[in-house]
Design a protein around this ligand. Sequence first.
Ligand code: DX5
Ligand code: ZN
Length: 214
Amino acid sequence: MLKVAPSLLAADFLRIGDEIRRMKEAGADWLHYDVMDGAFVPNISFGQGILKAAAGAELLPCDVHLMIERPERYIEEFAAAGAKVITVHAEATNHLNRVLHQIRDCGCLAGVALNPATSPECLRYVLGDFDLALVMTVNPGFGGQKMVMSAVEKIAEIDAMLKRAGVQAEIEVDGGVNEKNAPLLIGKGATVLVAGSALFHAPDAAAFIRSVKA
Ligand code: DX5
Ligand code: ZN
């Protein structure tokens, strides 16, 4: 069953609690929580404190996307703040295998994110060590960007790689997702769709989620 994960980055920050509740009521499955450090990506977003409040409200499971250099420094803190999934970028660590096990040891699901220009080959030798592969369909750092279409084929490549190896993992797609391109992404094998601007600014969030899931 397809999951929809609204990206909190597109919410009204003055009313974060109401925005999460609105997404839950609209039928969202996870809350996608984008952490940016101003180094791995040009932008700075939010950290463990707001996650603790969002996760503590127990409205939606928190899907934490760490766009930070050397994420191994912060795994325990984000796990303690209530993350259900913690995803690190393959490009941001020298020790991908180790950090994935660090995440699982904290009791969270472990994810690997790939920038649009990163080859899916970097997943080959960690197959079985992650629970989720995150295909970035924009260059990370900002919400509201246009989808990089060349990254879309990677979804099918990862799906084939997982099936060949007999490994179970979610394939999450993040960046520029909307009602129009969702069927293409699902057809390629996406099992979790992150949606920021298109979902938070939709006139009817419930209708958006229903149409994507249909
Ligand atoms: C981009 C973030 C995304 C972003 C998605 O760096 O990882 O999660 O918020 O936002 P939209 O859906 O607006 O592209
Ligand atoms: Zn994200």
